[in-house]
Write a protein that binds this ligand. Structure first.
Ligand SMILES: NC(=O)c1ccc[n+]([C@@H]2O[C@H](COP(=O)([O-])OP(=O)(O)OC[C@H]3O[C@@H](n4cnc5c(N)ncnc54)[C@H](O)[C@@H]3O)[C@@H](O)[C@H]2O)c1
Length: 117
């Protein structure tokens, strides 16, 4: 597929939970289109392996270790990234988990929307 219509050279993308699965595939796609990547993860070993793999594909990537559910860590990490590397142009808000449960047992509101309110 030609990526010439989707040229992201000069753009910087942050992909949360980007070391595996959908996040990693999106990261690779953005990197192949020319974007510089910041890959977020909680596990430093997996993050190092991921960055090495992207670099072996000639994709410019660095890692950012933080937990997206920790608001303070997120704030610090974004400040660090934007201070030392520059503004983030693209955010892929991918990190997450799936908890499968029967629909009849689900609440009408998600617990994350009511947390802290
Ligand atoms: N795969 C599916 O069928 C499906 C369906 C609907 C939604 N999703 C959502 O899409 C996203 C990616 O799915 P996937 O299948 O690639 O999942 P995955 O579990 O393979 O990858 C998710 C990544 O996010 C990371 N992560 C989770 N919580 C985090 C946190 N608090 N801080 C930082 N990183 C964190 C995990 O460690 C993992 O590396 C997830 O948000 C998932 O909920 C997936």
């Amino acid at each position: 597929m030609s990526l010439s219509l989707f040229n992201l050279s000069g753009k910087r993308a942050l992909i949360t939970g980007g070391t595996q699965g959908i996040g990693f595939s999106i990261a690779k796609g953005l990197g192949e289109a020319g974007a510089s990547l910041v890959i977020n993860a909680r596990n430093s070993e997996k993050l190092t392996q991921c960055i090495q793999e992207l670099k072996s594909l000639r994709i410019d990537a660095i890692g950012a270790l933080f937990d997206v559910t920790n608001a303070e860590s997120v704030k610090e990490a974004i400040h660090e990234i934007e201070t030392h590397i520059g503004p983030i142009d693209i955010l892929v808000n991918n990190a997450g988990i799936i908890r499968r449960s029967p629909a009849e047992g689900m609440k009408l509101t998600l617990s994350i929307t009511s947390r802290g309110r």
